[in-house]
Design a protein around this ligand. Structure first.
Ligand code: CP3
Length: 344
């Protein structure tokens, strides 16, 4: 059996046609996803029912033929496993109990107990590693500590991550303890996903862009570096994709600083800039604007060709710059893949 395209790109190979997958590829733009989610009852039940979570993971693989499947779960399951209350408000997003002080942080559960809550997720991974087509790679994932902390402190998504910044600046020791706890839990969680059959893991730092200067080094680079070092010590050779979203210049040295095998790019950076400054010797992933999945047409075709050409001289995994949105048209996803895979 030939090596999977995604794994080859992650090892640094430049491929004629880059492997492709899509953030949020299992999602509400697909009628079959909505049907399975309805069967589960709600989003969290879907995450914690291995047969159904595996089913929605497989749906976009069957429909489109992506080169990779991403485990269906959520970055906020780790806070829940650490003891936070978590629920989702339809049409609004996640809600959690808030963390405002050292006492709340110290009361979180120990990192090595997260498996008690997260065991069903590992079962999803085991089902997927049996059921995926043999040329499709299985990606596990977790949120990066900073991004997870922004939700745990505020109890919800925030436009500027204000509450997390306030705790970080007002009580750096307490905030550091929170980052450490999440980091340790994430190492346990990702290790268990790898043991269950994940072939690659991705670390989502969706709010890395709001960390500036030393804060970026301390709270985006350092925890990611620590997670990657621990994973590679336990599981030599496991490739890691890091996504410090909206890092701007912070993308330049991110792979070197963290030992990530691939840096995922959001669509605020020009592919030509990223090819010159980020891709040098390192695999990059990205970075089509998700809006093209809504609008389609010639602009989509042109932009897929543009990104493919810009990254053609180095290792590249094709993806969107952020998750596909519920208003996307599945036909545009098919058109994206058809364009990407056309002969040059
Ligand atoms: O990409 C995939 O298909 C794998 C599954 C996955 C989900 N969330 C499923 C999901 C992954 C990798 C995530 C990551 C995630 N979750 C991130 C990081 C990536 C990013 O988008 O920046 C964040 C910040 C979260 C937290 C989260 N989960 C939010 C803010 C929301 C609400 C926004 C929304 O899109 O509704 C969720 C819910 C969520 N996670 C959905 C899905 C498919 C939609 C829930 C539904 O079906 O109603």
């Amino acid at each position: 059996m030939a090596e999977k395209l995604l794994m080859r790109a992650l090892k640094g190979e430049t491929l004629d046609v880059p492997p492709a997958w899509m953030m949020r590829q299992a999602g509400r733009y697909l009628p079959e996803y909505k049907a399975t989610r309805a069967q589960a009852g709600d989003f969290l039940s879907l995450c914690y029912t291995p047969e159904l979570a595996a089913e929605v993971t497989l749906q976009p693989i069957r429909r489109f033929g992506f080169d990779a499947a991403i485990l269906f779960a959520d970055i906020l399951l780790v806070p829940q496993a650490l003891g936070a209350d978590l629920w989702f408000v339809t049409g609004e997003g996640p809600r959690l109990s808030t963390l405002t002080d050292r006492a709340g942080i110290d009361a979180l559960k120990p990192a090595d107990t997260v498996h008690e809550t997260l065991n069903p997720i590992y079962e999803t991974v085991r089902i997927l590693s049996r059921e995926l087509p043999e040329d499709v790679a299985l990606i596990g994932f977790a949120g990066a500590p900073w991004t997870v902390a922004t939700y745990m402190v505020a109890g919800r998504g925030t436009p500027d991550q204000g509450p997390a910044h306030a705790l970080k600046d007002g009580d750096p020791d307490a905030f550091g303890a929170l980052i450490d706890r999440i980091t340790e839990a994430t190492i346990e969680y990702l290790s268990a996903q790898i043991e269950a059959g994940a072939e690659v893991v991705k670390i989502f730092d969706s709010w890395a862009g709001s960390l500036k200067g030393d804060d970026f080094t301390r709270y985006a680079v350092a925890p990611t570096k620590r997670i990657i070092a621990a994973l590679k010590a336990r599981h030599p050779g496991i490739p890691v994709i890091a996504f410090p979203r909206q890092a701007g210049d912070g993308y330049k040295n991110f792979a070197r600083e963290t030992s990530a095998d691939c840096v995922a790019l959001d669509n605020s950076v020009a592919p030509e800039w990223a090819a010159e400054h980020v891709q040098r010797g390192v695999c990059v992933q990205g970075n089509l604007a998700p809006g093209h999945m809504v609008t389609g047409g010639q602009a989509l075709i042109d932009e897929v060709r543009h990104i493919r050409e810009a990254f053609a001289n180095g290792p590249h995994i094709f993806n969107l710059g952020h998750g596909i949105t519920p208003d996307a048209d599945p036909d545009n996803v098919a058109l994206m893949l058809e364009t990407l895979r056309e002969r040059r």
